[in-house]
Every structure is written in C-alpha cells, then in structure tokens.
Design a protein around this ligand. Structure first.
Ligand SMILES: *[C@@H]1O[C@H](CO)[C@@H](O)[C@H](O)[C@H]1NC(C)=O
Ligand SMILES: *[C@@H]1O[C@H](CO)[C@@H](O)[C@H](O)[C@H]1NC(C)=O
Length: 412
C-alpha cells in the first residue's frame, strides 16, 4: 500500500536531483570521517564500559527470571489522553510483568480522573497526585539548561525533572517501608501508547536502556530500564544538575542533559527500538523540516521508539516517508522508518474529525471500550472506581477523590 501525495513528491524529487552531485562528493569524505571516528572513540569507550561493569552486559535475564525478580514500574506525567494510552500500558507492561509494582507520579488536573482506569492494574504500590506549583529557578539551572524547544521554558524542564525524580523518591520510600530492594526499574510515561509487549531483551544488567531515535542532541529520554543503581542516576534529573554545572555543561535540553548525566556519572547505556509512541495533541509543521518533528500515525507498525504520534489517516506512507525522513536530522528528531514501520500524519491542525473511529480500529475493541468508558464516565462512576483504586494502593498520596473527579466531571 504505497500512497505518495503528489503535492509533496514534486518539490522533493526536484531538490534531490539538484543536490545529487554535491551529495555524493560530500559523502565520500564524510563516510571516511565516520569510520575513523568510530574507531577512535567507540573502541576505547567499549573498554571503559567493560571496565566499570564486570558483568556480561550483553546477557539479559529470561522472562522466567524477570517474573521472579522485583520490578518497579514508574509511571509519570499528566493524564491528558490516558483513556487511549492507559490500557496499552496495562497490557504491554504491567500485565506482561504481573509481579511488578506500579508507582504513579502525576500532577492534579482536569484529566486526572482518567487514572480511575488503573483500578484493574495487577499491583499498585504508590499513587502520588500532587497540586502543581512553580519550582524555584536559580542561576545553576539557568546556566545549565536551555529554554529553547521547551514549551514552558526552563520552568517546564525543571517541573518535568522533578516529576521524574519524584518517582525514585517514591520507590526508595516504599523499599524502606517494606524492607525490599527492586532489581529493575522501568520508567515510562503516562502518554505512551504501546502497540507491542515490552520484551525481556530490554533488561540489560549494568547498563541503562533507552529507546533509539528521537535523541534531540542527546539521548531519547521518553522511556528507560535499568537496575536500581543505574536507574537512580538516570532518574535523578533535578539533583544532578549541579554536577552538570561543575562539569561545565551549559545550554542543555532535556535529552542532552540526560546524556550528560549518564556520561558524567559513568553509567553506560544501550539503545534499542521499543514498541511505543508518545500521543500528543501538539501541532507540528508538515512535512517536518531538518529540525522539525515527524508525527507518526497510530496505525504505524513500529516499533516507533517514542516518536510523537496521534490517531490519523496517514497522509504519507511508503516512498513518501523515505523522502520526508531523509531530510530529518539524524541526531535530532529522526526515528527509524525502515521496512515501512512508519506512517506519517499531517499534524498541522488539531486531531481530525472522526479520530475516535481511527483509534478504535487501530487499537481494537478492548482499548476502544476503555476510551468509550472514560468518554461517558460520570462523577459517580469516577468516585466508585477511585475508591477501588485507592483500596488497592499501598501508599496513597492524593487530594480527596471528590476533588479529582469533580475537576474533570460535572456532578450528577
Ligand atoms: C540551585 O538549586 C539547586 C537545587 O535546589 C542547588 O543544588 C544549587 O546549589 C542552587 N544554586 C545556587 C547558585 O544557589
Ligand atoms: C478493599 O479491599 C479489601 C481486600 O483487600 C476488600 O475486602 C474490601 O471489600 C475492599 N473495599 C472496597 C470498598 O472495595
């Protein structure tokens, strides 16, 4: 099924032929350069990695071993479209590892009532829904971080870092209370839509695993798995900023701060393709420019490794995706599109009319039913479900249930 909208095809093929010759002339020294660099830097780096972590980092535990180990799943972010993402997180992560304990860390807003869906999660260790408040900014943060490309500037970055780090705080407190230690921490986002199960090959002893692509000048920080040691460093996003400052880093975005955090703390990492995308309501230019953001159709086969996505009828598939993605900067918003894994939306406007139908068709009846349930939920249903959820949760730290439900739903 190769559809190529003419409108986008012509300007691209013209510019390709124009730059064709220059491209090839540039490619030869560039390739030599890349090969040289990989020899210069990769080999010593590999040695450093193995020096620090003596364990055979390539061997992941089997599924059986993982099911016998202690796993914490840290779920962070606002509930925005949780009626679409929640059931997939439940199926592809929580029910894949039913021995895992869920930790939810989320700001209170008018969508928080959607977390009522979690009442069917296998195990819930802690829920922390908090009233968002501005966090203090000081010179250290201003020096190290960049407000560019962050929707809410430096404050937005600090809020996000605090949200992520708060999850480690919850996990550590739960460990102390119950005198346990987790073997693995899976860090994931509330707005992640999973179209395949999280496989055991993504648990790598002694290393931190992140998705490939969408690296924005650093490392893709939309998901991560590591043991307790590597995860503690990877998730301590706020408290490690002064360390980055001492190391002389400045002008960092979320992804480059994340990479600097791991490298300065000598945590080695691996990237793998992972079967999820980040459902977003944001609008982006189409086709994406070199530093633009491609928005995947939810129907893409994937793995999308955390690319932004929405339910849409794709406007660009097959050879069109090749033409669009070859101009997207590899170290920035680029994501792997090989083998037809990616289909693109035109995300210049709000979600299209009839997106619900598109979603239900892609996600199937079970996930579609959850969407409808939230869509038609009333205040009393919400209270009912939240009471169940609270009852299943070991550590409950949230505003009154009535307040959570009333923010998003009118009293009947
Ligand atoms: C800014 O705040 C962080 C964390 O609250 C702190 O570690 C750092 O020392 C502060 N920097 C300055 C210059 O006060
Ligand atoms: C809460 O859970 C206990 C068992 O853990 C159960 O007996 C009780 O009925 C539950 N209460 C509600 C309101 O669901």
């Amino acid at each position: 099924m190769v559809k190529t909208p003419r409108k986008f095809m012509n300007p691209f093929s013209k510019s390709i032929s124009d730059t064709n010759r220059r491209f090839i002339v540039l490619m030869i020294p560039l390739l030599a350069f890349i090969i040289l660099f990989s020899f210069l830097f990769d080999l010593p780096f590999q040695k450093v990695k193995n020096g620090f972590f003596s364990s055979d980092s390539s061997s992941s535990p089997s599924k059986d071993e993982l099911l016998r180990s202690k796993i914490a799943v840290c779920l962070v972010g606002g509930a925005r479209r949780f009626e679409l993402t929640g059931p997939s997180i439940m199926d592809m992560i929580l029910k894949e590892y039913p021995n895992s304990d869920l930790f939810l860390h989320s700001p209170l807003d008018s969508d928080a009532f959607k977390f009522s869906l979690l009442k069917s999660a296998p195990r819930i260790a802690a829920v922390n829904i908090f009233q968002p408040q501005p966090l203090p900014e000081n010179e250290t943060f201003v020096r190290v971080l960049s407000a560019q490309n962050s929707p809410n500037g430096i404050q937005g970055l600090i809020q996000y870092f605090d949200l992520v780090e708060g999850c480690v705080t919850m996990i550590k407190s739960h460990q102390i209370k119950n005198n346990i230690k987790y073997d693995w921490i899976i860090r994931t986002r509330v707005d992640g839509y999973w179209n395949g199960p999280l496989g055991p090959e993504n648990f790598v002893p002694g290393q931190y695993l992140v998705p490939s692509g969408s690296s924005y000048g650093g490392l893709n920080d939309r998901f991560g798995i590591g043991d307790l040691t590597t995860s503690t460093i990877a998730l301590s996003r706020l408290s490690l900023i002064p360390k980055l400052d001492s190391a002389g880093f400045s002008n960092l975005n979320s992804e480059s701060a994340f990479k600097a955090q791991l490298t300065t703390q000598k945590v080695s990492y691996q990237t793998k393709r992972l079967p999820f995308c980040i459902i977003s309501d944001r609008k982006y230019d189409f086709p994406p420019t070199r530093f633009g953001v491609p928005v995947a159709a939810l129907s893409s086969r994937g793995p999308l490794s955390g690319t932004k996505c929405r339910p849409c009828k794709p406007v660009c598939v097959g050879v069109c995706v090749e033409y669009v993605m070859m101009w997207v900067e590899k170290g920035w918003s680029w994501t792997d599109w090989a083998d037809g894994s990616l289909e693109l939306c035109n995300a210049e406007e709000s979600w299209e009319d009839g997106w619900e139908k598109v979603f239900d068709k892609v996600a199937g009846k079970k996930f579609g039913d959850a969407r409808k349930k939230i869509h038609s939920m009333n205040f009393d249903d919400c209270i009912h479900d939240f009471i169940q959820l609270k009852n299943l949760t070991a550590q409950w730290n949230a505003p009154p249930i009535e307040e959570i439900c009333a923010l998003g739903l009118t009293h009947s």
